[in-house]
Design a protein around this ligand. Structure first.
Ligand SMILES: CC(C)(COP(=O)(O)OP(=O)(O)OC[C@H]1O[C@@H](n2cnc3c(N)ncnc32)[C@H](O)[C@@H]1OP(=O)(O)O)[C@@H](O)C(=O)NCCC(=O)NCCS
Length: 291
């Protein structure tokens, strides 16, 4: 969330009705925009005597930077902004703007994180999230591939081998991490593979991806899972404990095109010692083109 804080130094010769009119218009216009969570305005009581210059102010709560940018670029905002400047000491110099970037996940205002009891029933919705997110980041072709992969994983993986974690807010799916069992034929330890995962494009960069993985790892750990493995960018997954491993330590189920993306972590107190392969992944992942 972004708190867009605007402080105004109204000229002494302006009327209270003029000031109020522009703030009321701004409030009405802003609250009609997508991604605006609130608009509050009022006079500056300056209880600590720190900002006597500013007579009034308003604070807009935006869901994200995209919502703020849409507001800033809107012609109505520009027209009302010009009116506001006309009423302030020195025009635009009489206005101070501060944008506070607030971490919704840390503050507890973020989406609810949960493991789905029946992920198959939501296969279409989840597959669509993957399609949209990967289409935006990697292009339509990759979006279609990951859509089908997610749907296949959710509909063909035996229940006991599938764990699906989602982040949801306001009834909307914001992120999803799919874990499937990775079996090691000659090793008693249990392992789950995270693949794929996605956060809705408009919700990225707010800590949801990392919070979702941390939550998932805690749940898996509590369940007694020994090892988590994934195949992705170590710069991102390294933030949540994954470290590069070789296929000698964690045998891969199929040959890897990007061995540098093969990463894992122990979920127990014991360090990750070599798992004895061969390994076997979920049927939907058992295709060379995605490795
Ligand atoms: C990768 C993804 C899941 C991250 O989710 P998110 O909610 O945006 O992540 P967070 O907000 O927790 O973390 C964001 C941080 O990770 C960084 N990050 C995201 N993807 C990264 C990557 N591939 N490599 C390095 N850093 C990355 C961001 O730059 C950001 O860094 P900052 O905090 O220093 O600004 C999300 O961007 C996404 O769905 N991307 C498209 C699909 C995809 O690539 N999925 C992963 C492969 S299976």
């Amino acid at each position: 969330m972004i708190l867009h804080c605007v402080f105004c130094s109204f000229r002494g010769d302006t009327h209270q009705t003029e000031r109020q009119a522009v703030l009321t218009d701004l409030s009405g216009f802003t609250l009609g925009l997508e991604g605006v969570l609130g608009f509050d305005h009022g006079p500056n009581a300056d209880f600590e005597g720190k900002s006597p210059k500013f007579t009034d102010g308003f604070v807009i709560r935006f869901a994200d930077r995209r919502a703020l940018a849409a507001y800033a670029d809107h012609p109505t905002h520009k027209a009302l902004g010009a009116k506001l400047c006309d009423l302030c000491e020195g025009g635009a110099d009489g206005i101070m703007v501060v944008d506070l970037v607030c971490d919704d996940v840390q503050s507890g205002r973020g989406p609810a994180l949960q493991v789905l009891p029946d992920p198959t029933s939501r296969a279409d919705q989840i597959a669509q999230l993957f399609k949209d997110s990967f289409t935006d980041s990697e292009g339509a072709e990759e979006g279609a591939v990951i859509h089908d992969l997610a749907r296949d994983l959710l509909t063909t993986t035996p229940k006991d081998d599938l764990r699906v974690f989602v982040a949801e807010a306001d009834g909307t799916l914001r992120g999803c991490a799919i874990f499937t069992r990775l079996r090691f034929a000659k090793d008693p330890r249990t392992a789950f593979l995270l693949s794929p995962m996605a956060v809705a494009t408009t919700s990225q960069g707010q800590g949801i991806g990392q919070a979702l993985i941390r939550h998932a790892l805690e749940v898996l750990q509590a369940e007694g899972v020994d090892v988590a493995v994934t195949y992705g960018d170590p710069r991102f997954y390294g933030r949540v404990g994954f470290e590069p491993v070789t296929t000698d330590t964690v045998p891969a189920p199929l040959p890897l095109n990007m061995p540098e993306g093969w990463i894992a972590q122990s979920l127990t107190d014991a360090p990750l010692t070599p798992l004895v392969g061969p390994s076997l992944c979920a049927p939907a992942l058992d295709r060379p083109d995605i490795w």
